[in-house]
Design a protein around this ligand. Structure first.
Ligand code: WT7
Length: 647
């Protein structure tokens, strides 16, 4: 393995960060490791506005998590929106909080902290009048409009628990989530706009709510298109929110009061609703936004994710607003109207911190440098990436072409479960290596283990575990704590197993190698193979299906489906038909790239599908199959290899 030299951090002068250099990182990491309670109690009191400041740090641990969720700051009380809104009014009332760039370039809105505070209070009052109160669940099914952030904050203001469902999910997927969390209210919009296309959000929500116990549906008017209307249930946002009072007393909750539920895919079963609580999550997102990006008062910060995913929660809304930053919300796509859209925005808004996903970087790099270089990007200081491993080629393009070699790249590794960044460069401090997530933040204790859970020391490759709870970690799975314990803490007792593989190099840098479980990461969107398989066999044509991921040049991973046709069905326009099923059951973002009809799936004698074999074939590495003698019918493998398609 050749030694990779690190690129020194680019801009550190002018930093006011608690961690401006590597010496400070080393000290903070040691302090947080030796004395986590003191470290995080001090940090939270400095960065978060508490009603009652906590005196307790961590209560519980990974050994006792089976009995009860661990807690952070349990005796503290607060309302999160005070940190994100009220406390900024005195000094930053007229500062732009949300800079909304709508689907058409140059269209949008700037919303100051004062205006955002007023609108959140109005929305909270309106929701309250509709019967939403502390602890009630509210589903948000919207595109990237400012009202989505207002809706999140209004729920938090009331102590209601929001659950955002990404606008690409189908009616079936939305209904499952409405049912699982017992939502009494759904907030949506008439139509979503993305890349000039219309997304029928209200119509899909109507289908999902049919026959369900949803009291009210609050609808934002985005386009004015005609939509279906259920009298008594449906209410226009502009009717009830604009009419409500702009004052509202924030509902004070305990630190461990649930803030939101976010559904994510795992290796098995249906998506699970991870629960993030208020005080710890806010501490983690506030502190990591500040530290990782070296956030500064005059930054124009742009995270171009969607609020339907954890990145949007933590790094468009909660982290930036709690820091009093100007946070851009982007409704469109990187390719609309052309591949210059991001850099056009950088020039127009003088963006200083820009955060996106490797998939977008790869797709844009393939379009040519001129889409980048024709715009002025001199305002940029920090470039972030998240969601999947970034290959060195894409990293260098981001560094050389987009950042003109003067920006620092932060390759932030984290998960829905972790709430915020865990292993990442710190912009002013960490020398970066192309493709390495680098070092753990204070509070994060990584350990690499082998398949038997034995600790690996020094340079090594293994399974990534984290050894100690940090404030931002998800506490449970909604309604099913046993599933939480089973998913994350049963593989290696006493350790949180991330589901990722990682390598640690001779300088101690961590390189995330990707999922080692049956989770596929397509364009940074996480999907379970089990979900695809359930969708495929939901029709009549397929009797058995096994889905695996394989390397894909742009999307990171592609989706490869092996299917057994049911009697009487032929391989007609199979890919199209099966993608229709996936769209209906999961959503438009769930697409199969390759389908192969097989006579049977390779199974052990006990009936377990041997995915290892299917993965190798999909990767074009059928020559490395190894021992297949434990298979019930080894001839199946021969025909699978013979019929393999190149992905
Ligand atoms: C999975 C989590 C984190 C917010 C968006 C995705 C992969 C995430 C990186 C990175 C390599 C990464 C991991 C992780 N991942 N960031 N910087 N380098 N891999 O959140 O949907 O919960 O997915 O995304 O495999 O487990 P998510």
């Amino acid at each position: 393995m050749s030694k990779t030299t690190a690129v020194p951090a680019r801009v550190s002068q002018g930093s006011t960060s608690p961690i401006p250099d590597m010496a400070a990182w080393r000290k903070a990491w040691m302090d947080a490791t030796d004395n986590p309670n003191q470290f995080w109690l001090e940090a939270t009191q400095e960065h978060v506005a508490w009603e009652t400041a906590p005196t307790q740090g961590l209560d519980g641990d990974y050994d006792s998590v089976g009995e009860a969720p661990f807690k952070w700051f349990a005796d503290g009380t607060l309302n999160l929106t005070v940190s994100c809104l009220d406390r900024h009014l005195a000094d930053r009332g007229d500062k732009v909080a949300i800079l909304w760039e709508a689907d058409e370039p140059g269209e949008g809105r700037s919303i100051t902290y004062r205006e955002l505070h007023a609108e959140v209070c109005q929305a909270a009052n309106a929701l309250s009048a509709l019967g939403v109160g502390k602890g009630d669940r509210v589903i948000v099914y919207m595109g990237m409009v400012p009202e989505a952030a207002v809706a999140m904050l209004a729920c938090a203001r009331l102590g209601a628990v929001h659950s955002i469902v990404f606008g690409g999910f189908s009616a079936e997927a939305l209904r499952d989530r409405i049912v699982d969390c017992g939502a009494k209210c759904v907030i949506t919009q008439d139509i979503g706009l993305r890349g000039g296309r219309k997304i029928r959000l209200k119509a899909v929500a109507d289908e999902a709510m049919a026959g369900q116990d949803v009291d009210h549906c609050l609808v934002v008017r985005r386009t004015g298109d005609d939509v279906g209307w259920t009298q008594g249930r449906d209410v226009w946002w502009h009717d009830v929110v604009s009419a409500a009072s702009t004052e509202h007393d924030a509902v004070i909750v305990d630190a461990e009061h649930p803030l939101f539920i976010l559904y994510t895919s795992g290796s098995t079963g249906t998506p699970k609703g991870l629960v993030h609580t208020t005080g710890g999550y806010l501490t983690w997102t506030t502190w990591t936004t500040r530290v990782t990006f070296d956030l500064r008062e005059d930054d124009v910060y742009a995270c171009v994710a969607d609020v339907g995913w954890i990145t949007g929660h933590s790094y468009i809304v909660y982290g930036p607003l709690s820091n009093g930053a100007t946070s851009l919300m982007f409704e469109s796509t990187p390719l609309y109207p052309d591949a210059g859209r991001y850099w056009d925005m950088v020039e127009r808004h003088k963006i200083t911190v820009f955060y996106t996903a490797p998939t977008a970087i790869r797709a844009l790099a393939a379009c040519g440098d001129e889409f980048v270089t024709k715009y002025d990007r001199s305002s940029l200081r920090v470039l972030g990436t998240v969601g999947e491993p970034i290959n060195p080629g894409a990293w260098h393009w981001y560094f050389d072409v987009v950042g003109d070699k003067h920006c620092t790249i932060v390759d932030t590794w984290w998960q829905t479960e972790t709430g915020g960044h865990c292993i990442t460069p710190i912009a002013p401090a960490t020398p970066t290596k192309a493709g390495a997530a680098s070092f753990p933040l204070p509070g994060i204790l990584p350990q690499l283990v082998d398949a038997n859970g034995r600790q690996l020391v020094g340079p090594a490759q293994g399974l990534l575990c984290l050894l100690h709870p940090w404030p931002g970690q998800a506490r449970t799975v909604w309604g099913d704590h046993e599933r939480y314990v089973d998913t994350y803490f049963s593989m290696f007792p006493g350790k949180y197993f991330t589901g990722d593989g990682a390598r640690r190099d001779e300088d101690g840098y961590y390189w995330i190698t990707g999922r080692v479980d049956d989770v596929i990461n397509v364009s940074g969107h996480r999907m379970g193979t089990a979900e695809f398989e359930a969708a495929l066999i939901s029709g009549d044509a397929i009797s058995e299906a096994a889905v695996v991921g394989y390397p894909h040049e742009i999307k990171g991973q592609g989706v490869y489906a092996y299917v057994v046709l049911a009697g009487g069905f032929t391989d007609g326009d199979l890919l199209k038909d099966l993608n229709g099923l996936c769209r209906r059951v999961i959503g438009a973002h769930a697409r199969i790239d390759t389908v192969q009809v097989v006579p049977g799936l390779p199974k052990t004698r006990s009936g377990k599908v041997m995915r290892r074999i299917l993965r190798k074939v999909a990767e074009g590495r059928a020559g490395e199959l190894g021992d297949v003698s434990t298979l019930a019918d080894p001839t199946v493998v021969e025909s699978i290899i013979a019929g393999a398609k190149s992905g």
